[in-house]
Design a binder for this molecule. Structure first.
Ligand SMILES: Cc1ncc(COP(=O)(O)O)c(C=O)c1O
Length: 911
């Protein structure tokens, strides 16, 4: 049988043209001489080849994904030796007698198990642009017919209770074959007579991967039939569209033969195979044990976790009552939090000792992780060198009074820090560049390398033991990432990338740009987002940078002026446009409203859809992102920014329903299910994350991500990190904003939204500033960086790869930046200021810096519409600033030492 059609159909008009023109072309070719071949033979071959290729294009049921004309191929000896476009295995129709389908999709890659026992996959191609059905969430239709289960316990309960037969439909939201047969299945099972005898249950395999694997589901769509009281499924049915018509008959056969065992033949018919052994409790218990053992080897509780459990049990047996699970950490931390308020009354050394004791108990409670390092760094909580010890004590006490509940994960950080992070730093060093990269902790590394030492990991994409072991671990991390962002596995897929930038590039590269597309982005985006505009232009679209108030008016207040009406295009499908913004910008740390996501999406119409990408790279290290609340279409991030290690792995979290829209051009390694070497033939893998991950994922690094996520959890989770960082940021901002030269002039001009009453909502853990001289002019940020480095402070300076935010805050115009082309080479060069002319209000004629300018303009009634009121003045405007960024392991000592050093080093200093 012919394989299902998956290519974009050739328009009838084009087909007609080809049919008319082809014979003429063939004739012309037959008359032309072809070098190197016997004249007649060469011409005939070339002509026939062309004819053959063209006819293949005309075939409506073509399986080739993104078939391109077979040009520039050397003539092959005979046409009969030409490879068939559709390999025989693909011609087995497991899915559909007509039209596109992805049924019979092998799940081997989903859980890295043995090759599929199902009929060979008809597999998928990515060319068909699907829109409407994806939006309707087909799996949520006809909900009343189904019992939905979301946990293994629910599943076990449903298949083992009641007196009805239980039919369980295993599906994936991305499985086109499932989508195609779903309405038919619903039609069959709507029959009230059938429903009296059969209960219908639905399982999304992405939600319950281990369960589906344990039940032997290796291809989709698949329906397993259970009889309560008997362990395991009675029989499994392939239910692609072409076989759904047998479903009713098959269920009747099972219903009419109680007490029998069944088998299904390759045509999809169920037949009794003999008597079913009586329900056997012992066998059931054995099966449950086997499942447990299997789970131990895979999924969420593998060998490493097993070893940890053993270690924790030992701890418990040794009289530790905290238990071993991750939940123990927050509660233990909470109890320390209570005692920490008493510690505030104690001298620092005693407080540190008390906290250390508390940490020891928490450490034991979480299986030895975060236990004090054998060679600890000197204790923190003491005045930095050169600082006034009494002032430090007072400041620390006040800080803890105000923020003790939020700071330090219940008071444990100052004791953990020396052995977890400080051990890699000199005592006077302070890491303040978390937005550049977060830091990893020692126990996280220990866990990573313990796992690497204990387990044999092979390249995934195979069924051998080390390979499938790796695949399982990688899938486990995928699930963890989804859970961390509270993203439903039915709606989102995690695609591992090299970095945040790589995820952004992937979206840019594959987005369905057309003539009417618009790539609109917030000005304050990282330049990795700005680069996407090249793809938009290449695809015939346009780009536009917008500011915050534009987005507010357009997305939240519904101002239609922001709507982009694409010109009428020749494309019948909707035009797609993309809006991108950072959840937090990496320059000033401003957090932008996530309500924009729904707002922008709602600006879509039938003919024009707006999709939203949130660059979360600078946000997720310190803020919770809940994708169940904010239906972002694409999210990108880098894991090293979250927990320091590993580098080289990021994620693109993408809505499953959108993956088929993405136009993937390159394919290689893990993305491809089938490919031929000579023909231009390939079939991409079915599962969205598989088809987007070219080559081999950095599997050891992906596995290491697990330990970063766990380390975050052990500190109490991302909300505790957020509280911790917020407390420190508030303190640091307050202290720096209050610094004054002797003449009363501020020592710093600080950017961002720290000063607003709702600063907790709109400001993240970055303090970005210019250092000011007593006369208000700007101090060299490069000099500051060198001196800070010498004093042990790791801060970052420059434009932070965010030209929109930087030049906007500093008042540099785009044309002025453009004039630097050829002069400025990067952050390391000496070009630090640009000399520009600026209008200056009369009352600010002495202004000599852009900071003065901005202040004077803000304080005056200056209106640029009245040139008489302004004068032009030459001034030096900086091209960068200083960025201090905080993260999960920042301490009070870090921020105190920095603010104290700035005050001591730069007060009243002009050069
Ligand atoms: C907001 C933001 N987006 C994107 C990136 C790019 O991240 P990466 O360099 O890890 O690809 C960064 C890096 O600093 C960032 O802060």
């Amino acid at each position: 049988m012919q394989a299902p059609a998956v290519t974009t159909p050739i328009k009838p008009k084009t087909r007609g043209w080809l049919v008319r023109t082809l014979p003429i072309l063939v004739l012309v070719l037959l008359l032309l001489p072809v070098p190197d071949l016997g004249a007649g033979t060469g011409q005939a071959i070339l002509g026939l080849q062309l004819f053959h290729s063209a006819m293949r294009c005309l075939r409506p049921q073509q399986l080739q994904a993104r078939q391109r004309p077979s040009v520039a191929r050397p003539p092959i000896p005979t046409v009969t030796q030409h490879q068939p476009a559709v390999p025989p295995s693909c011609q087995v129709d497991t899915c559909s007698a007509s039209g596109p389908g992805f049924a019979g999709q092998s799940l081997a890659s989903t859980w890295g198990s043995k090759p599929s026992l199902a009929p060979p996959s008809a597999a998928s191609s990515e060319t068909t642009v699907r829109t409407a059905s994806a939006d309707k969430r087909w799996w949520n239709q006809d909900k009343d017919l189904w019992v939905e289960v979301h946990t293994e316990e629910e599943f076990r309960r449903e298949v083992s209770t009641g007196d009805k037969l239980v039919a369980v439909d295993f599906f994936a939201t991305w499985c086109h074959g499932c989508e195609k047969s779903y309405p038919e299945i619903c039609r069959v099972i709507r029959d009230p007579e059938l429903r009296k005898q059969v209960k219908f249950v639905k399982v999304c395999v992405d939600e319950l991967k281990n369960l589906a694997k344990a039940e032997g589901v290796t291809a989709l769509p698949r329906m397993l039939v259970y009889r309560p009281g008997h362990a395991g499924p009675l029989v499994g049915l392939d239910v692609p569209y072409s076989k759904v018509r047998y479903l009713r008959t098959n269920l009747n056969v099972i219903l009419n033969n109680p007490g029998m065992a069944f088998g299904a033949d390759p045509n999809g018919f169920v037949t009794p195979t003999g008597k079913l052994p009586p329900p056997d409790e012992a066998a059931r218990a054995a099966a449950a044990k086997a499942l447990e053992a299997e789970q131990l080897q895979s999924g969420h509780s593998g060998l490493f976790e097993h070893l940890m459990k053993v270690a924790n049990n030992n701890n418990n047996n040794n009289g530790n009552s905290n238990g071993h699970n991750d939940k123990a950490a927050p509660s233990a931390a909470a109890s320390i939090s209570t005692s920490s308020s008493q510690q505030h009354q104690q001298p620092a050394a005693a407080a540190a000792a008390a906290a250390a004791a508390a940490v020891k108990s928490v450490g034991a409670g979480i299986g030895g992780l975060f236990s004090p390092h054998p060679h600890p760094h000197p204790p923190v909580c003491k005045a930095p060198p050169g600082a006034d010890a009494a002032a430090y004590e007072v400041a620390r006490q006040r800080f803890l009074e105000e923020h003790g509940e939020e700071y330090g994960y219940g008071g444990i950080i100052d004791s953990l820090y020396p052995s977890e992070v400080g051990v890699r730093m000199a005592p006077n060093e302070h890491y303040l560049d978390y937005t550049g990269s977060s830091v990893y902790c020692q126990s996280q590394l220990d866990a990573v390398f313990a796992e690497l030492r204990q387990c044999m990991f092979g390249n995934p994409h195979s069924a051998n033991p080390s390979s499938s072991f790796t695949s399982e671990r990688v899938e486990e991390v995928r699930d963890m990432v989804l859970r961390h962002f509270n993203a439903s596995p039915a709606e989102y897929q995690v695609v591992f990338t090299k970095s945040a930038t790589d995820g952004l590039k992937l979206v840019g590269e594959t987005f369905p740009w057309t003539e009417g597309s618009m790539f609109r982005y917030l000005r304050e985006n990282h330049n990795s987002v700005l680069g996407i505009r090249e793809y938009a232009l290449q695809g015939g679209g346009a780009f536009q940078a917008v500011n915050e108030s534009f987005v507010e008016r357009w997305a939240l207040q519904g101002d239609p002026a922001g709507d982009h009406s694409p010109p009428n295009t020749r494309f019948p499908a909707p035009t797609y446009s993309l809006f991108a913004f950072p959840a937090e910008d990496n320059f000033a740390g401003v957090k932008y409203p996530l309500e924009w996501v729904r707002g922008v999406q709602s600006r879509s119409s039938d003919s024009h859809r707006w999709l939203v990408m949130v660059d979360a790279a600078a946000f997720v290290p310190t803020q919770p992102l809940d994708l169940s609340q904010v239906p972002v279409d694409f999210v990108d991030l880098s894991f090293y920014k979250m927990f320091g290690y590993p580098t080289g792995v990021g994620a693109l979290i993408v809505k499953t329903s959108l993956v088929s829209l993405l136009r993937k051009v390159f394919w290689g390694g893990g993305t491809v299910a089938l490919a031929t070497s000579e023909d231009n033939f390939h079939v991409l893998k079915c599962r969205p994350s598989d088809r987007l991950e070219d080559g081999t994922v950095a599997f050891l690094d992906v596995i290491a991500v697990k330990h970063g996520l766990r380390a975050l959890e052990r500190l109490g989770g991302i909300r505790r990190v957020q509280a911790h960082v917020t407390a420190l940021t508030e303190w640091l901002y307050g202290r720096l904003a209050g610094l004054r030269h002797s003449n009363g002039q501020p020592m710093l001009a600080i950017f961002g939204k720290h000063h607003l009453p709702n600063h907790r909502q709109v400001q993240g853990g970055i303090v970005n500033f210019e250092l000011l001289k007593p006369d208000g002019s700007i101090f060299s940020y490069k000099t500051f960086e060198k001196e800070a480095a010498a004093a042990g402070f790791h801060v970052r300076t420059g434009a932070e790869c965010n030209p929109g935010a930087c030049y906007n805050y500093l008042g540099v115009q785009e044309s002025e930046v453009e004039s630097l082309a050829g002069h400025k080479e990067g952050c390391e060069d000496d070009v630090e200021f640009i000399r520009v002319q600026r209008p200056v209000a009369e009352e600010a004629q002495d202004a000599i810096s852009s900071a003065d300018l901005l202040r004077s303009i803000a304080n005056s009634n200056l209106s640029l519409a009245h040139p008489a009121a302004v004068a032009l003045k030459w001034m030096e405007v900086p091209l960068g600033s200083v960025r201090v960024s905080l993260g999960w392991w920042s301490t009070f000592d870090d921020v105190f030492a920095f603010a104290d050093w700035v005050e001591r080093s730069y007060r009243d200093r002009s050069a």
